[in-house]
Design a protein. Sequence first.
Length: 588
Amino acid sequence: MKKIHSLLCLLLTLVILFGCEPNENNSSGQNDDAFAQNFGNSVARDFIGQVVDVDNLPVQGVTVKIGSSTVQTDVNGVFIINNANVFNKFAYITAKKVGYLDGSRSMVPTTGKNNVKIMLLPNAPLETIQAGVVSEVSIYSGTKVKFQGGFQDENGTDYSGSVQVSMFHLTPTDENIDKLMPGMLYAQTSTNQEAILETFGMLNVELRGSAGQKLNIKEGQTAEITMRIDDSQIATAPSSIPLWHFDEAKGYWKEDGVATKVGNKYVGKVTHFSWWNCDAFSQMVTLTVTLLNGNGNPISNAGVGLIANGATWPAMGYTNGDGQVSGLIPANQTLTLNVYASYYTCGANNLVYTTSIGPFSTNTTLPTITINNSSTTLSSNVVGTLVKCNNTNVTNGYVILNRYGNYSLSTVTNGAFSFNEIYCPNDTAFTLKGFDVENLQQTDSISYNFTAPITTIGNLQACTAIDEFISYKIDNEPTVFVLQNFSGGENTGGAFPVGMGVFGQGSTGGISIWGNTSLPGIYSTPQFYIEGGGIGFIGPNTINTIQFNLSQFGAIGDYIDMTFSGTYQDPNGGNHTLTGVVHVIRDN
């Protein structure tokens, strides 16, 4: 629904980006080390989340990092990181995969399991321009960027040649703004103060050289940005407004210029590209909300929306397994707090609770809000146990509850899982699917119906073997499982005219291994190449000791089995260990 945008940290939003004149003194008062003192103490927090593409389909093999902890998403785009080292007032989550623009989310973490959803944009070049030539690139909305022609790589070396330009304008009517925007609308002003932003739009521009290297504007040059103001906000768009860029290393916005309005567009100049954002800002406080149902159980995955300053759309947060959501809000303002059931099951009339709150001048925890059952909205505690093939409890796994492509996640504790969901009497259907990560077993997608106040599932048995997989482990990181969409068989072209290859395909891919032989045996590079998420490319020009043990190359319909292990050096000179297993059906 277009009028409900889910910002995980309850940040008030409006939307349109402006090109702006850079403020040469903008960083005079900014001190990152001093600003970090606002984040509070270092704490350990738990996270579960999902990474999807713009079609809301899961993306496997995404490298997700929180603090010093790194994992990769599985076949469902799911990641779990427990005891991540973050701050009690700030956590920054990044999600990266080749073929997509980098995604991220910042949030105020709670003590329960923090729910995260990130949507990745495809890195699809819009146009190719040439360095050394004045060029202009525009998109459908009339937004455009004019380049002076100078570019440099990440080392500051001048670049000449073709430049691929990707551009994305995040508009106010984009219903996925909360999942697509980087970080959260938390910012550092030019005088080193905290601020919460009311955004008037965002623009991302990414530049790549002919070899795929990341580029930026040459030092000393600028780019001119022309941004169309959304029709719904022309009347309220100010004549000037601060410009902010997103610091991809820190996870928050930094004040960096001033925007100027010209007609129904904003025109200005920037000195580099990341995400840019033009926002009004205000002082902020932290607000914590807890939802319970009439039986005193926490309600998870419920939408909590805040509306202020006459905004059309509520800024949204979603409760965790403890029924709690915490985020940043503008100080000293009266807000409307709404609680929503699922739009997809309840339709447009999905508002189940509303009240006026504030103004708040200090960090505030609201009294517990109880959502009682009514004739239009019910709640149910879905409980069950995920078990293995031998009926013992799964100790490393999770369960997905799916309603019309909207997913809720529950990790298991000695097999036990639970969901506390709000639903409407006219649509009680949902499905469950469980995963035993340790033993590579899963359930089918099984249909159920909510019953109030408890939906008892009983045992959900993960005992359908996953037919094909490739697993690999880098250093001491968790094992990565690639579990679907494989092709395997004989190579008929490319680097090796005849040989063996197994490939993960599409957005659920993650790894490719191919070589110049299909005879069982032990091989090294240059007989075999390997490429995968988190690994990069390992070939004859890579310093490595990887050995590939091809134990079976079956007939079509039988299995290709291989193990691989050894060490390799990445392009930056870092040394890594790598081990893996291949069990893929031969297709040709």
